[in-house]
Every structure is written in C-alpha cells, then in structure tokens.
Ligand binder design. Sequence first.
Ligand SMILES: [Zn+2]
Length: 485
Amino acid sequence: MSQTIYNVLSREKEVFKPINEGRVMMYVCGPTVYDNSHLGHAKTYVSFDVVVRWFRYNGLKVRYVQNITDVGHLLDDGEDRILKGARREKVEPMEIVERYMRAYFEDMDALGVVRPDISPRASAHVPEQIEMIQELIAKGHAYEVDGSVYYSVESFKEYGKLSGRHVEEMEAGRRVAVRDEKHHPMDFALWIKAPPNHVLQWPSPWGRGYPGWHIECSAMSNKYLGPTFDIHGGGVDNIFPHNECEIAQSEGAHEQPFTNTWMLTGTLLVDGVKMSKSLGNFITIKDALKQYRPEALRVFILSGLYRSPADYSTSALDAATKGAERINTAARRVRVELKNARPGDEANNGRLIDLLDQYRMRFTSAMNDDFNAPLALSALFDMGKDLNTAIDEGTASQPVLEQADAVYRELGGQVLGVVQPESQASGGGSAEREAGLIQMLIDMRLEARKAKDYARADSIRSQLMKFGVILEDGPKGTTFRISSN
Ligand SMILES: [Zn+2]
C-alpha cells in the first residue's frame, strides 16, 4: 500500500515517493521564541509529530529539521520580536531566546511530541544566510540598497505559485506604506541594515545588519537537507509571505525545486474565532495543560484532519477528554485481563484475531491516505467496543488480548501518542499494580467472609465497585472485571 499526501503546491493528493528510498528528509518551520507557545503551535507540531512517527513506524529513516527563529522575525511596526520580548521582560535578547526555547521544548515534551533531529537557530547560521544572499545577488534575484538587500519578486516568475497570489494583485491590494528604497513594493528584505545601537547585528559584505526572517529557512534547510528535499511543512498561516519567499529564495539560488511536497496544517480557532492576542482568546499550551491531559489535547488535535481548521472549545475538549479516557480505559482493561487470561479455543481466537487485523488495516489505510488521523482514531475506538464485548462475554483469551495490547501499544502509543505507556502491557507497571491491588482486596474479602464478618466483605465489594471493579463469585472462586464505562 502506498502513502499519499496532499501537496499544497499541486493542490492534489500525490503518491509519496522519497528522493532516496527508505529515507525522508523533512523540514517544518519552527517557532519564533519570544513568548510562550500557544495552541496553534500544538496543532501544527502534534500533526507533524504523527507524520514522523508514522514514517518511522513503517521503517523509514526520517531526518526531521525544525528551525528556531531567534532573530529577524519582525512585527508589523518593524520591531524584532526577540527585542520586544527582551524589552518586556527586561533581559538580554538571548535570555529571551533561551527562556522561550526551553519553554517550547517543555511544552512539546509534555504533549509527547518527538523532538526534531536538528533544531537549527537562525542566529547560529548567519554565515550560511549571507552566502545565500550573495548567490541571489550574483544570479540577479536580489539587489543592495544602502546596506540592506532585497529580493526582487519580479525576477522570479513563479512567485506566488504556492499561495496562488499574483504580484500584480498583491500590489493593488496593498495599503500599508512601503519603504521607498525597494524597487517593487512586494520585494522583501534578505538583509536589513542595523541602526547603530541595534542589539542583534552581524558584519556582512553590506555593512552591519541582520538577516530577514525568510532567508533562515532557505539557508538552514539547504545545509541540513540539501537543495531539494522531500517534505516542507508548516502552518497554513505562514503560506504567504513566508513560505512563498522561501521558495523564491531557494529556487532562485539553486535553480531546482525546493521541496517535492508542501504540507500545511489548518488554522486553530477558539470558539470559531481565529486566536489572537488582541482578541484576548490567546491560549498558551501551558494553560491548556493545566485544564486538560496531554492525551486529551492530542485526541482533540487528531480528531480533525491536519489540514483542516480545528475549533477549540470547552465542549470539544470535554469530548476529547472522554475519548482519551475511553481509549486508555480499554487499553488498561486489556492489560488487566491479560493477568487472568486463559488460552481459549482455536476457532474463537482465530475469529477475534481476524477482527483485530481488520482494525489494524483500517488504521493503516487511513494513515496511508494523507495521514487521516480521525479515521485512524475511529478504528481504535471501534476496536475498544468489540474488545469490551469479548471481555464481557468471556471470549477474550490470552492470544487475543496479547494482539489487542500490541495494537494499543503500536498504533495508539507509538504512532498517535494517545495511549499512555502505563495502559500498555510492556509499558510502565501501573496496570500490573492495579491488578495486584485488586487481587489483594479480593483475598481480604475472602478472609472477612471466612471470619463471618459479612459487613466488611460487602464493604470491600461496594468500595471496589465505586472504582468500576466488579467482583464475580463463581464455583472456582472470585474473579473481577473492569466496567467498560
Ligand atoms: Zn520557515
């Protein structure tokens, strides 16, 4: 079965074929580290996390590069975001960078996002950026004016091909004042002349200055992945101008395609409205994690297609919390049942194992179809229902439960990251501990009954029931099951 991916550039689902068989070279635009990361970041990076996990699960080697922007990403008023953060918190710009880069990784770790293989920082790759700007000047794509260098959008015929915008339209729709020194209002800065007291500045062939925001991604992806690589990802909000500028720079300098596949994640909305600081609906990952478990946030994000918008609301997160609990309860139940499991009969085992294989196949074809995580998740939810029925009916034997545990561990844990390790047989020891504690209480109840202390025996039974543990007295002694709701 082949992997398809929706390529934003061709606007079609294409069969994904890595340039080098068995290897995926992938770049995703990273955060500008001047403040805490928000839920929009969570959506983008959890989505790409699942892409990377899926490739690796299928045996592909992935080099995942995600930059850290620590210079040159300017606000509308022209101030560098890092300098704004430094002013706000009255510290050195590089302290802001360290503070929020660490905070970003903390958030991603908490969400179970696998770290990129390389997290290159823009400020550490100024020579590479200068070199690329020189190449662009030499090839007639860029020009210098008074210590600043601009990219000439008219020199690159395909400017606008990713976002579908045309230079003429963009010009007509433009209302903000432009700097006179540019040849064309849409030309963008590759190198910016630094005012004398500017904190972030480097020497260059054009005098002291600092790089524009877009050039870092072109220079660093080239350094670590080559001039043409497999997948370029990011949030759709950066399609213009950022991604468009990256293409113009890289293809202008190298005269070959920048990347074969463009994958962009949809916007995150809060109660139907785009999240922004000015609207006051800005939610940081740290705040969301105070309210919701990481698996719930992942289930919320993966319940929609990565390239569609997602709408964050209390009801959506409550539903995701229930979903995450349901899947983890089912996985834990399988684990606990495994302790008491019997070999079962062959015909019945065969039937149930076939059923589990069908869920695996449903999951796989969903993921192969442009990473359709919501469909993949639904396969796991439906599997949970069937497993609960089989356990209730006493047909879930050891080989069946072992297979079920493997599905939860691999697809729910390794690929989607929504099944907690302690819910898995080979993970942490909490399910084992749970089974042991229940058995201990069953033994205590038996002792109480032997001593004719029926009040105490009944109390143990009803206390366990409160935790969803149901005791069943049979001819061979007392067994237990975990209630499925
Ligand atoms: Zn970028």
